[in-house]
Design a protein around this ligand. Structure first.
Ligand code: NDP
Length: 475
């Protein structure tokens, strides 16, 4: 990208992690072959095949659920303080093996090492520490302390290890056992986590990892001995899971898509807001369910804000995810790249104006430049559909009431951001925004103590914090 500063390459060594040629399923404390045809996982930055990974069939899923069911009696009967010891141990091993986890996450997912190292992995450890702290205090949470049984958990590819932590840590703290299916394009850190469970001497069967495609996920959620289903991913698959689970008595939480408004008022600190906009939509290549993908800017400051934003985007560095200077890594898969391209083309054809900074894309791998669309109307597809990529749609407003109306004009309701110097306006807006999380003068801030979840088509149930325990207890 624009060479305002020249940076010497600062690649993180990939030797810190051993990527094996092939990986099996993790069932009942052992790595095992799967009955399906193994699949390949690639490094999206180079298209190099990283490893071959086992596909779990319905029979394999059944073995995993039975192992989890068998382990449940012992695990749920342990005093909370004993379960906490395992969770604390896992959290400490995650910290000890942080570099290994971060490098593997960046290799398999394409996200910059700066993010996997400074955001994902520290939050993963923090999540385990946080829920370890709850394990012996469940009686004080107000939801009882009776575990549900086997939790079937299906997670996406945008934050592979962090979503695993959001699912596994509260489940285990409450005394459940789990069968987790990672996404097909990012299975490797979940399998490294399986190794961490062994290192922590977690009793066999408490955590089981089954890899495979959507069919494997469907087998997990529909297994009759699964008592609780937790899913993060697309609204479409979320809907099919809700249908599959309806009437079975299984407890369900869904964390689905979003189309968040990041709202900037004319009294906001512009430079700070620009950083927040960049973080809101270009963090993790925009593969973020709560991404600030719709910028709502007050009309009077539109030109000033967009000039600053464009200048800032010119300084972002796109390229090798393992380079510590990199701001924007690779798009996770060819399919996702095709989806981002197609929605961007629709944006242009519907009349919005497309802009990207001068930016050289690597020849191999899946890449998309940071992109800003201006002149976007509420009826445009790019103002309504989740693009899940580094693409920002800019709309304007004149009054706070108009900002609220436009922000809420979406089938989703996961998050929102407000930028203003006025505290009273923040509270007024937060009261009216139909979003699970509202950030003020910041964006994409996560903390294990803070609940996260959506309204409307963004799903139901909360993960994180005290609220996150409710989903894993027989309330
Ligand atoms: P999916 O919802 O398809 O994938 C999420 C997880 O569900 C994956 O592990 C997937 O397996 C699994 N899965 C797929 N089909 C089923 C099924 N029928 N039953 C049970 N599990 C299933 O998301 P995609 O990866 O296809 O992404 C599509 C779009 O979804 C993105 O472009 C983005 O807009 C949105 N998305 C939103 C996310 C969020 O956090 N809100 C996260 C990811 C995507 P497999 O990986 O093998 O397909």
């Amino acid at each position: 990208m624009m060479a305002i500063f020249e940076y010497a390459p600062a690649p993180e060594s990939r030797d810190v992690v051993e990527v094996k040629g092939s990986y099996g399923l993790f069932i009942d404390g052992e790595f095992a072959d799967g009955g399906g045809t193994p699949f390949k996982t690639v490094n999206p930055a180079t298209e190099e095949v990283l490893a071959e990974v086992a596909t779990a069939t319905a029979d394999d899923v059944d073995r995993a659920v039975r192992a989890a069911r068998k382990a449940f009696d012992g695990w749920s009967a342990l005093p909370g303080a004993e379960r906490a010891k395992y969770l604390f141990r896992i959290a400490r091993i995650i910290q000890e093996r942080a570099r290994e986890l971060a490098v593997l996450e960046s290799l398999d997912n394409g996200k910059p090492i700066r993010e996997s190292r400074d955001v994902d992995v520290p939050l993963v450890a923090a999540h385990f520490f946080y829920y370890a702290g709850w394990a012996d205090k469940l009686a004080y949470a107000g939801f009882g302390s009776k575990a549900l049984g086997v939790a079937g958990q299906v997670i996406p590819w945008n934050f592979p290890l962090l979503m695993l932590a959001w699912k596994i840590a509260p489940a285990l703290a409450c005394g459940n056992t789990v069968v987790l299916k990672p996404a097909e394009t990012t299975p490797l850190t979940a399998l490294l986590f399986a190794d961490i469970c062994r290192q922590a001497e977690l009793p066999s069967g408490v955590v089981n990892i089954v890899t495979g495609a959507g069919e494997t996920g469907a087998a997990v959620v529909s297994h009759p001995d699964v008592a609780k289903v937790a899913f993060t991913g697309s609204t479409e698959v979320g809907r099919s899971i809700a249908r599959a689970v309806a009437g079975t008595g299984k407890k369900l939480t869904l964390e689905l898509g979003g189309k968040a408004a990041n709202i900037v008022f004319d009294d906001a600190a512009i430079d700070q807001a620009v950083e927040g906009i960049v973080n809101g939509i270009f963090f993790n290549q925009g593969h973020v369910c709560c991404a600030g993908s719709r910028l709502l800017v007050q009309e009077s400051i539109q030109d000033e804000l967009l000039d600053s934003l464009k200048r800032r985007l010119g300084t972002l560095r796109l390229g090798d995810p393992l380079d510590k200077n990199t701001d924007i890594g690779a798009i996770n898969s060819a399919e996702q790249l095709a989806k981002i391209r197609s929605l961007s083309e629709i944006g242009e054809s519907e009349g919005a104006e497309r802009w990207s900074p001068a930016c050289e894309l690597p020849e191999r791998g899946f890449w998309f430049p940071p992109t800003v669309f201006t002149g976007v109307a509420q009826s445009h597809t790019i103002a309504r559909d989740e693009i899940f990529g580094p693409v920002l749609s800019v709309l304007t407003f004149r009054t706070p009431a108009e900002a609220v109306e436009k922000a809420n004009n979406t089938p989703y309701g996961l998050s929102a951001g407000i930028w203003t110097e006025k505290g009273s306006r923040i509270l007024w807006m937060a009261d009216r925004l139909r979003a699970g999380v509202v950030w003020a003068n910041t964006f994409n801030k996560f903390d294990p103590a803070s609940p996260f979840g959506g309204y409307k088509e963004s799903g139901y149930g909360r993960e994180g914090g005290l609220h996150g325990l409710e989903a894993y207890l027989d309330v």
